[in-house]
Design a protein around this ligand. Structure first.
Ligand SMILES: [Zn+2]
Length: 247
């Protein structure tokens, strides 16, 4: 597969179809990693893995072939994406017998340079739209026992003090919520959005996660009793909880 930028083109050409704010009828494919370049998908998924602590700064990544198979894209696309991430300082290539591609030890400080609050706000709004839609469609149709795993995440978040673990639990909640309400495909869509957000915003502070977790608890209570309007309000309150906790 030859990408339109050409074989010797830039590793990370600008996405062709990022809609202007206020563009009606958002195209889901244009807004998710999959609709943009394979390179952005790779970046988002590696960022998500770091947030979920399946890899840590200094850890070796899976081989390009394994990543390509996991993501359903070509190995050459993955290799180019990894090369671009090395150039950005997010990854570190080491040669020799113990070589491979590693998450940069300075991952957090490199990501901080990439932060873009305007793009984060746009993606965050889209993520909220997705959750409101899922909640509106599913309220009253989710058996209470299917919410049990989500309730466990809320309880664990309440008991956790470690800020890294709190940021991880916050992300896990939204991935599992997407899957519970929308199935495996919607979880993938949420993973694309949340992975990209990991590169655009700092990990939420502990007090922000705690404020959001009250909204998680309210959402589950309302979903369990099939109350659509209050459940949608809990999704909206989640966003303003985040804003007020960071002020
Ligand atoms: Zn949350």
């Amino acid at each position: 597969m030859v990408n339109t930028a050409g074989k010797f083109g830039p590793y990370d050409p600008p996405g062709p179809s990022r809609p202007a704010p206020g563009t009606p009828g958002p195209d889901i494919r244009a807004l998710t990693g999959r609709g943009q370049t394979g390179s952005e998908l790779v970046r988002a998924r590696i960022a998500l893995q770091v947030r979920l602590r399946s890899v840590a700064p200094g850890d070796r990544l899976a081989d390009a072939g394994v990543l390509a198979e996991d993501l359903g894209i070509s190995e050459i696309t993955v290799r180019r994406a990894l090369e671009g991430m090395c150039q950005d300082g997010l990854l570190d290539r080491r040669r020799g017998r113990a070589g491979g591609t590693f998450v940069a030890v300075a991952w957090d400080s490199v990501v901080a340079v990439l932060h873009d609050t305007a793009e984060a706000a746009s993606l965050g709004a889209f993520h909220q739209l997705l959750e409101c839609g899922l909640v509106a469609r599913s309220a009253g149709e989710i058996p209470a026992e299917r919410l049990g795993a989500l309730t466990s995440l809320v309880d664990e978040t309440d008991r956790t003090d470690d800020p890294h673990r709190l940021a991880e639990l916050e992300t896990r909640f939204h991935l599992d919520l997407a899957e519970t309400l929308g199935g495996a495909g919607v979880r993938e869509l949420a993973a694309d959005l949340l992975g990209r957000l990991c590169l655009l915003l700092p990990a939420p502070a502990a007090e922000t996660v705690r404020a959001r977790n009250r909204c998680h608890a309210d959402l589950l209570t309302e979903l369990a009793r099939g109350a659509m309007d209050p459940a949608v309000r809990a999704v909206k309150a989640h966003r303003s909880a985040a804003v007020s906790a960071s002020e």
